[in-house]
Design a protein around this ligand. Structure first.
Ligand code: 8YV
Length: 311
């Protein structure tokens, strides 16, 4: 008998097809009457599949008495109530490691795009403005200091790339690590010292609005904010004010507080480079992530050890 799964996010065919081959999938994300779907299938659901950014309320989980496992198609599981899952013996898996290099590439690209004004330069040429004169000078990376907020696997991969650009690296996190980079216990002190503040920490309640007006003021007019982590880590309203008033030099963002909604005021900021959450968005990485989702579920339902368990 096939296992019943609830699908909480729009998923690509290369993930849906293998899921459908081994399971019966119920599309909660696209269901017009979600309550009716839950009333119909809630009692049978043994697994959930969701994306990195999806949020699952406990009230939903409470309607799934047979739930055993939640498989996240992403490394970030900030939308999963992990304590509730532990208390109810619900296993959780995510897709770490396979996306590290792509997300770090995206952060490094945002550093380059903001410092060298590459997006504006591309527009400048396409619009024929080069014929009227040279593109304005930009800022060099070598010798500049980057401060990584959250030196996990992705933070370290970003640090390695920025060093290849001749940059110096510092980091802030809950604990000092056995690495050669300078540690700042105070985020504000690090913001004050750096030219680029690069957010690479997990989302969730513990880091909500960690980058607030005070941190942005400390970063100052010499500084650029880069965020490839979660929109929730940055107080977006405060960031818009800081970009509009020149409190900081610029921002390079792949994530937003209310995706895919991006405030009009942020879209109007000429000193911001904005990407549609594409950090892990390559064929190779998304295929590897999909494989982990499928294999974790298969392992669980066959009684084998999970490949990449969160709990
Ligand atoms: C994905 C992500 O965009 O891994 C994460 O936490 O946010 C991204 O890699 C997302 O999970 C894909 O659905």
């Amino acid at each position: 008998m096939k296992n019943e799964l609830l699908i909480l996010a729009p998923l690509p065919d290369f993930l849906m097809n293998p899921l459908l081959a081994a399971n019966t999938c119920h599309d909660y994300f696209h269901a017009e009457d979600k309550a009716a779907l839950l009333a119909q299938v809630g009692a049978k659901i043994r697994g959930i599949v969701m994306a990195g950014g999806s949020v699952v309320p406990v009230a939903l989980l409470e309607q799934l008495p047979k739930l055993e496992i939640m498989s996240v198609f992403g490394v970030g599981y900030d939308g999963v109530p992990v304590d509730w899952c532990k208390a109810h013996q619900v296993r959780v898996t995510n897709t770490p490691d396979v996306l590290t290099e792509d997300v770090a590439d995206t952060a490094s690209a945002l550093v380059l795009m903001t410092s060298r004004k590459l997006i504006a330069a591309n527009r400048f040429l396409h619009e024929g403005t080069w014929l009227k004169g040279a593109f304005p000078l930009a800022h060099a990376l070598h010798g500049k200091l980057a401060g990584i907020v959250g030196l996990g696997r992705i933070g370290k991969a970003i640090a390695r790339r920025l060093e290849a650009h001749g940059m110096r690296v510092a980091y802030h996190g809950r604990t000092k690590q056995e690495v050669g980079w300078e540690y700042f216990e105070s985020l504000t002190a690090m913001a004050q010292a750096v030219d680029f503040l690069v957010v690479a920490c997990p989302g969730g309640a513990a880091t909500k609005h960690l980058i607030n007006a005070e941190v942005l003021a400390a970063l100052g007019a010499k500084g650029t904010l880069i965020n490839i982590a979660r929109g929730s880590v940055v107080d977006e309203a405060a960031l818009i004010v800081a970009l509009q008033g020149g409190t900081i030099r610029g921002a390079g963002l792949d994530v937003f507080e209310n995706e895919p909604q991006v405030p009009e005021a942020l879209m109007q900021c000429g000193n911001a480079v904005l990407l549609p959450h594409l950090g892990s968005g390559t064929h190779e990485t998304r295929a590897a992530m999909a494989r982990l989702v499928v294999e974790n579920l298969a392992a669980h339902f066959s009684g084998a050890a999970l490949l990449t368990p969160v709990c």
